[in-house]
Design a protein around this ligand. Structure first.
Ligand code: PEP
Ligand code: MG
Length: 587
């Protein structure tokens, strides 16, 4: 038995098996039953074969474009793929420690890194990058389609205690709380947004434990004591008996409450819609009580489709399914936000049944992408618009164009959409009026929101990109992740600027970036005057709960104070102090 001491942030005492979340590596570590071992090892083998195929394709493509010399760079990774220290070693770890293969691969990477750090040879040390690239690929291929902690946690057999290095509020908001008995994190303080969430869910939590996620083993029995601020590993029978089993007793959120629209404590209606990537996510959106789909990232059709058939018919069916599934609620379809690189990769992967490059592996985020690419390839754009407009009569469709940097682009988009609608009408297809909106996610669009407001029917603020372009921080580069500050005064001012432009033209405005999934930040956005949001379905229930606790009038006053502050840290402190006062008055 040993005891770690941290900061008590949510009261109560629970015991359970530990699940380790390494948020930085996006890898969960959990214990698997004996009967599951061979299945997990087989997953490793499948991932190796998928990775081999991808590497062969990449090498061929590079060879044909840039010559054999450059292509040979990938030979090293192909050789490593069969190295006994990689996949067989990971399989050994799975069998010996009965852990999931994602975690086993992470261990392999750590071992390699330690080994490379010891060698003096600079060339060999650089091979570290190859190994981490390869392990990343193997992990990605293991997890195909599994990305959020909610999905990762759904792989667990029983409700567990989550021990994490760090748990960001937007991730915490997406957790399946029925699977979480208690929380212990290495990082954090009492005003950590995640702590606020844990309190609102009545889940005992201890934060600031420094190295708990490294010291606790997956599957180890632990007690989270949210009163004393301790985490006890391998407790004795008496300690376990004393621990309350909150997880089993916690009442499930009542369904009517989940389905009711969001309202603040002073009865201001807040519209919460869902961001989805696949038509099948509709069930999750409806379950969460979303009032519509605020963002359907249609480019994920490329990921979902075998072969190269993302032609008009397939698109039409997907859009129709969405519209009918959500009717009478609205569905906002964002036209393809892909870049050239992703399209090229798709062409390579065609023979194997579709391919997709996750956002963090794309070559360019500032090049030919989104609406720019659609306008460069009018046939692709026209096909998408035709499919959309044909499907429009099956529900309430809104079309949203991404990556707009200037007025002329939306004018051109509207001209093409009107032409496609006229052609369809000529063929006898009924085409209803469909609102056309612009994503405000490039600073130039935010600065010219007053001009753009004359050209479109609605705005959706995409803060994921707006933050990265305004602060010049690549959202996928973790080395600068500390500078990615949603609460930076510049971001708050841009949001306010867009809101004012929208209000002046009475233009519907929503915000669909990840920052709205953080309930604390959401309340500030309400204070800034926003009334409509779109977020990942898993975050909606918590958002409703937190909104019901705050008064919009108080948040307005808070926003006024916050707008006078000078740094993101000051803003965060002010926000958390306000919410802290609120939870104190509740307690
Ligand atoms: C955004 O940029 O905020 C957004 C919602 O779009 P995506 O994350 O797909 O770029
Ligand atoms: Mg975006």
């Amino acid at each position: 038995m040993f005891r770690l001491t941290g900061i008590a942030v949510s009261p109560g005492v629970v015991s359970g098996r530990a699940v380790i979340l390494n948020q930085r590596a996006q890898v969960l570590r959990y214990q698997i039953g004996r009967g599951r071992i061979e299945r997990e090892v087989a997953r490793l083998d499948e991932s190796r074969e998928r990775s081999r195929q991808q590497l062969h394709d990449i090498r061929e493509r590079v060879a044909s474009r840039h010559g054999a010399d450059l292509a040979s760079l990938f030979d090293a990774q192909l050789l490593m793929l069969d190295d006994p220290m990689v996949v067989p070693r990971a399989a050994e770890i799975v069998r010996a420690q009965r852990v999931n293969p994602e975690w086993a691969l992470q261990q392999v990477l750590l071992d390699f890194n330690a080994l490379f750090d010891e060698v003096a040879d600079a060339y060999l040390r650089e091979r570290k990058g190859d190994v981490s690239d390869l392990i990343g690929r193997l992990t990605m291929n293991l997890q195909r389609g599994v990305t959020t902690p909610r999905e990762l946690l759904s792989a667990l057999d029983e409700p567990s205690v989550l021990v994490a290095d760090e748990l960001t509020p937007s991730m915490a908001a997406q957790l399946d709380w029925t699977k979480v008995r208690g929380i212990a994190t290495d990082a954090g303080s009492r005003t950590y947004h995640t702590a606020i969430l844990a309190r609102s869910f009545d889940v005992p939590a201890v934060v600031g434990l420094h190295d708990a996620s490294a010291r606790i083993e997956a599957g180890q029995i632990v007690i989270v004591d949210g009163d004393a601020g301790t985490l006890i590993a391998d407790p004795d029978a008496e300690q376990i008996a004393r621990a309350a089993h909150h997880g089993d007793d916690r009442p499930a959120a009542a369904d009517p409450a989940r389905q009711a629209p969001a309202r603040t404590a002073d009865e201001v209606a807040i519209r919460l819609e869902a961001n989805i990537e696949f038509p099948d996510d509709l069930a999750a959106a409806r379950y969460a009580g979303a009032e519509g789909i605020g963002l359907y990232r249609s480019e994920f059709l490329f990921a979902d489709v075998p072969g190269d058939d993302v032609g008009e018919e397939r698109q039409y069916e997907a859009y129709r399914k969405l519209l009918e599934g959500m009717a009478p609620a609205p569905v906002t379809v964002r036209t393809f936000d892909v870049d050239e690189h992703q399209l090229a990769q798709r062409a390579v992967d065609r023979s194997r049944g579709g391919g997709w490059i996750p956002d963090d592996q794309r070559a360019s985020r500032q090049g030919l992408r989104g609406l720019r690419l659609s306008l460069m390839r009018p046939e692709m754009f026209r096909t998408q618009l035709r499919a959309l407009l044909r499907a429009a009569s099956h529900g309430r469709l809104r079309i949203l164009v991404p990556f707009v940097s200037g007025v002329e682009q939306v004018r051109e988009a509207r001209r093409i959409a009107n032409a496609v609608a006229a052609e369809l009408a000529e063929r006898g297809t009924h085409v209803p009026q469909v609102p056309l909106g612009a994503m405000i996610e490039i600073p130039s669009a935010a600065y010219t929101a007053d001009l753009l407001a004359h050209e479109v029917d609605f705005f959706t603020i995409g803060t994921n990109d707006l933050i990265q372009y305004c602060l010049a921080v690549d959202r996928a580069d973790e080395r600068v992740s500390r500078l990615y500050q949603p609460l930076h005064p510049a971001i708050l001012r841009l949001v306010l600027m867009v809101r004012r432009a929208a209000v002046r033209r009475r233009l519907p405005l929503a915000l669909c970036g990840e920052m709205a999934s953080d309930p604390a930040v959401l309340t500030l956005l309400v204070g800034l005057g926003l009334r409509s949001f779109s977020m990942t379905p898993g975050a909606i229930t918590v958002a409703k709960q937190v909104l019901a606790e705050v008064r919009a009038a108080d948040m307005r006053a808070l926003a006024r104070r916050v707008l006078r502050l000078t740094t993101a840290d000051e803003v965060e402190r002010e926000l958390l102090a306000a919410l802290g006062r609120l939870s104190l008055t509740r307690e």
